[in-house]
Design a protein around this ligand. Structure first.
Ligand code: RB5
Length: 145
């Protein structure tokens, strides 16, 4: 199960991504927002991050205007490695090297064609493991004070 969420800035792109996921037969749960009314991105970043951190969902996708605020929110939850990607190479490497478990996208910075390609790469690229596993473990061991 994939978790997906956005604020109002990401609402339109989220509809396109959910259509793509449905076409691909990928199950998802939409954690909101459910309208285009102005709302606060930390709410949705935290909700998706907690669903992934708890194991309820394996991975997540978050969308706001830039992908920045909502990725910052998600990365405050322990065990979350959220990558804000605006190109295909970063989408591949955030999986291969960082084992990113949430992808963040900017609806106001990306065209939908590129955004959907980034989603496809994020969902199909495996983690390389090896030396990267130690580094990811180091990330997960960083404690907030
Ligand atoms: C909302 O206007 C906008 O600030 C938000 O979508 C996001 O871009 C924040 O990082």
């Amino acid at each position: 199960m994939l978790a997906i969420g956005s604020d109002h800035g990401g609402y339109g792109l989220k509809q396109e991504i959910m259509k793509y996921l449905a076409e691909q037969g990928i199950e998802y749960r939409d954690f909101g927002t459910y309208t285009e009314a102005s709302c606060d991105y930390p709410v949705y970043g935290e909700a998706v991050a907690r669903a992934v951190a708890s194991g309820e969902c394996e991975r997540g996708i978050l969308i706001c205007g830039t992908g920045i605020g909502i990725s910052i929110a998600a990365n405050k939850v322990g065990g979350i490695r959220c990558a804000n990607c605006a190109d295909c190479y970063s989408a591949e490497m955030c999986r291969r090297h960082n084992n990113a478990n949430i992808l963040a996208l900017g609806a106001r910075t990306l065209g939908s064609g590129l955004a959907l390609k980034i989603v496809e790469i994020f969902l199909t690229t495996p983690f390389d493991g090896g030396r990267h596993a130690r580094r990811v473990e180091m990330l997960d061991n960083i404690q907030s004070r």
